[in-house]
Design a protein around this ligand. Structure first.
Ligand code: SAM
Length: 278
């Protein structure tokens, strides 16, 4: 057993007692797989925890389901990043889905997840899923007016994912969406990664007419508090809708009808203030 610390800021770390199962240096990043008694298996990219067996449902459900139930009839969905497969698993719970494209830059993340995290990655080879090993920014150059929902399940805005947090990239996302399309992005910790959060919201706001921010709890992520930003050019994201009715038929462990109904309203005031500032 060793102690692994994720340095969430220069002054704050999360330390787990772990057994190391794997360490691979891929073309893009350093990949670790650990096992911890409380969190189960833990996937770490360049020192940052991406997913753990214990709390991954909290992140994946909150990232995926709100946008999919807000959209009237999502059939074609794109995930950028998300090589662990958790988002794909959640998307396939929606009966309207016909096609899921996953664009992940690093094939090693997919291979390690498939071998070691079957409960998360288990749907990656479903017939409806097509995997592209490509940079999400390049991938979108070829896609116009095609997807109903695009889900940004990327790592932090450092290294290969930096480009995925810029308005020049969100403009491409907008073009790849159909007219009534919706995008949702994980937008970091509004408490410990204030700068990343504010910047992501600012850049999304530049590209889309409508947007809304919501938060959720993910214990293994910085400060345990996470943010998600949904955006569209034609759907007023903040307007109430009946998406909660569709959630009734989807098996979840975190999101429920009440969370969905208050998604954009029950946002802490200091976060609302930061959003206003952007
Ligand atoms: N849940 C996570 C989080 O917020 O920490 C994200 C998990 S997922 C494993 C992130 C994935 O994004 C990684 O596998 C990484 O390889 C991928 N990624 C980073 N930059 C990318 C890019 N430019 N295009 C496509 N995928 C990218």
């Amino acid at each position: 057993m060793i102690w692994f610390t994720e340095y969430q800021t220069e002054n704050v770390g999360l330390t787990l007692k772990v057994r190391q199962l794997k360490n691979v240096h891929s073309k893009y990043q350093n990949i670790y797989l650990f096992e911890n008694q409380d969190f189960g298996k833990v996937l770490v990219l360049d020192g940052a925890i991406q997913t753990t067996e214990k709390d991954e449902f909290m992140y994946h459900e909150m990232l995926v389901h709100p946008a999919l139930v807000k959209h009237k009839n999502p059939e074609k969905v794109l995930v950028i990043g998300g090589g662990d497969g958790g988002s794909v698993r959640e998307i396939l719970k929606h009966p309207s889905i016909k096609q899921v494209d996953l664009c992940e830059i690093d094939e090693e993340v997919i291979l390690i997840s498939e071998k070691n995290l079957p409960n998360i990655s288990g749907k990656l080879r479903d017939d409806k899923v097509k995997i592209y090993i490509e940079d999400g920014n390049e991938f979108l150059n070829e896609r116009k007016n095609y997807y109903d929902v695009i889900i940004m399940d990327s790592s932090d805005p450092i290294g290969p994912a930096e480009v995925l947090f810029k308005s020049s990239f969100y403009d491409k996302v907008k073009e790849a969406l159909k007219e009534d399309g919706i995008m949702v992005a994980q937008t970091e910790s509004p408490f410990l990664q204030e700068k990343f959060f504010k910047n992501a919201v600012k850049e999304i706001k530049k590209s889309f007419k409508y947007f809304g921010v919501y938060t959720g709890f993910v214990p293994s992520y910085p400060a345990g508090m996470w943010s998600y930003t949904m955006a569209s050019d034609n759907i007023n994201i903040l307007e109430d809708d009946e998406g909660y009715k569709k959630l009734k038929n989807i098996k979840t462990k975190y999101i429920n009808e009440d969370i969905y109904k208050s998604l954009f309203k029950a946002v802490p005031q200091f976060i609302k203030d930061m959003i206003e500032e952007q």
